[in-house]
Design a protein around this ligand. Structure first.
Ligand code: F3S
Length: 280
């Protein structure tokens, strides 16, 4: 079996930055200092466990923290979290990815200018929940084209998109959404890491017999990679989190296997899976 790894697999720049910032903070903290992460730092069980062992406590609610430092992960948070931290004199370690920060800034600016805000993305995803918190939670959040029917007509509309959405989905939904307003300002805020990763996965899927997509089962950017590969290799795309999930028997029939990985996947997980594939 020949195994090829797609370009731009594994940690993206935003996740790398969040992890480096957190570990630097842990190296310098004194023993009495408490460090919290608002939600798990990344979608990777092993990394979250290691952080826990080093004293990072995961909480979903900033209101439950009395003292210490709070890490904001790369997904970002609503504006109210900054206000709460300020009131409670908590130290913020802000690891919001610059691509997400840019969306929050756009949304805040256009909301203040009187635009209705539309976010194309998953309403349950922390990044989208965070962005919505920069326009008083008034954004129209659209995940599927059919939901646009329920969107009321507005005068001015600002459209942004979750950083990890697929370009095809963004174009399809925004084209229909644009008809709902007299004046539209549209920003393609899909991050460059996502675009590169999706393109590399698509290119590789076209050249191989089967694709392995590595990443958390709940990771949004990994799910998008699965869907892109599935479109090209519907019978031969396999989503795995660790080497234990590899469907060894099913893979024996393939000569050329491609591998890609979501933005929260550590290098050692990718290497372990490639090694196991090569031994098949
Ligand atoms: Fe940032 Fe894009 Fe990664 S938004 S966290 S660089 S997937």
């Amino acid at each position: 079996m020949k195994v090829t790894l797609a370009d731009y697999s594994g940690f993206c720049f935003g996740v790398e930055k969040a992890i480096t910032t957190t570990f630097e903070e842990l190296d310098h903290k004194d023993k009495s200092q408490k460090i919290f992460s608002l939600g798990p730092l990344i979608h990777n069980v092993q990394v979250v466990k290691e952080l826990e062992e080093r004293g990072v406590m995961v909480t979903e609610d900033i209101g439950s923290i009395q003292e210490g430092s709070v890490i904001i992960r790369s997904h970002g948070v609503p504006k109210s979290v900054y206000e709460t931290a300020d009131k409670m004199t908590l130290t913020l370690i802000d690891a919001t990815c610059p691509f997400v920060k840019r969306i929050q800034t756009i949304v805040e600016e256009y909301y203040k200018k009187g635009y209705a805000i539309a976010i194309i993305g998953n309403p349950q995803h922390p990044e989208v929940i965070g962005i919505n918190g920069w326009c008083d939670n008034k954004a129209l959040i659209i995940q599927e084209e059919k939901e646009v029917e329920n969107v009321p007509d507005v005068d001015k509309l600002c459209i942004v998109v979750q950083t990890t959405m697929s370009i095809a989905q963004f174009e399809k939904i925004s084209a229909v959404l644009e008809k709902k307003a007299r004046l539209v300002t549209k920003f393609n805020t899909i991050c460059s890491a996502t675009k590169q990763r999706q393109k590399a996965a698509k290119d590789l899927a076209e050249k191989v017999d089967a694709m392995i997509v590595i990443g958390g089962y709940h990771s949004s950017n990994t799910q998008k990679l699965v869907s892109i590969c599935n479109d090209i290799r519907p019978e031969a795309t396999f989503h795995v989190e660790t080497s234990k999930d590899l469907p060894v028997e099913a893979l024996k029939q393939y000569d050329l296997v491609g591998v890609t990985a979501g933005a929260s996947t550590p290098k050692w997980v990718i290497n372990e899976i490639i090694q196991k594939l090569r031994n098949i």
